[in-house]
Design a protein around this ligand. Structure first.
Ligand SMILES: [Mn+2]
Length: 244
């Protein structure tokens, strides 16, 4: 298992990056159809948080098995990993949208935990305009190389591992203004989700793309943003699933 997964340049199609999905795979399918996603040439990358809150969380494994779909671990995957080990309080988990997994038979919860524990913490895409990093919440270092170096350290100390994992999957320091807004060095862009934003936005070279495609029906402002890794432009797709 590798904590960083690297992808060579996609020479035949597009690389699109989507924000948090939170169990709305039907909507995600509609969104990628809308931009003419071609599974034979294009690739879809996820910033994590595939599960909790939405109605189709159980489809996450099916999506992860698709050869063109790749995800990093979000804090909601982290909770699903903790759950079968007794490291996740049931009430807190349910409050965070984990009710579907709390009611899963233990064998199934274990299956999800294993699949999510196999996800990398970060991904790295070669694009024609430079390297693009993907992590759920934030890059915990001022340089991407440093982050990768730590993720590749075979015998990472327990304390360092915990701190790096927590920041990568849970941090809101940068977007809440409590940390440096400088570019992450050594990488063209870092793409994250985790903190919902009204529209895709960037702080330095860190791009926030969770525009709430998973928002429930009473929050119709939510959209999926599909960010092109090469142009760093996002297609914000409509809520076709609302029905005509
Ligand atoms: Mn999150």
């Amino acid at each position: 298992m590798s904590l960083i997964k690297r992808f060579e340049r996609n020479n035949c199609g597009r690389d699109l990056i989507v924000g948090d999905v939170h169990g709305y795979f039907g909507r995600l399918q509609v969104a990628i159809d809308e931009v003419g996603f071609d599974p034979g040439r294009d690739r879809l990358f996820s910033v994590g948080d595939l599960v909790d809150r939405g109605p189709e969380c159980d489809l996450a494994l099916e999506w992860l098995a698709k050869p063109w779909f790749h995800a990093v671990r979000g804090n909601h995957e982290d909770m699903a990993i903790r759950w079968p080990n007794g490291n996740m309080d049931a009430r807190n988990y349910v409050a965070n949208g984990g009710g579907w997994n709390v009611s899963n038979p233990p064998e199934l919860s274990r299956e999800f935990a294993e699949a999510f524990a196999a996800l990398p913490i970060a991904m790295e895409l070669e694009t024609e305009r430079g390297l693009v990093g993907i992590v759920h919440a934030d890059c915990p270092f001022s340089s991407w190389e440093q982050f990768v170096e730590v993720l590749e350290t075979e015998q990472l100390s327990g304390a360092l591992k915990k701190a790096v994992f927590e920041a990568a999957m849970w941090s809101r320091e940068r977007i809440s203004g409590h940390a440096s807004l400088d570019d992450v060095a050594g990488v063209r862009a870092v793409v994250v989700g985790h903190t919902p934003v009204q529209r895709a936005t960037s702080l330095g070279n860190v791009h926030y793309i969770d525009t709430g495609g998973w928002f429930p029906a009473h929050r119709p402002e939510g959209r999926f943003t599909l960010l092109d890794a090469s142009t760093l432009r996002g297609a914000t797709v409509s809520r076709l699933w609302e029905g005509a």
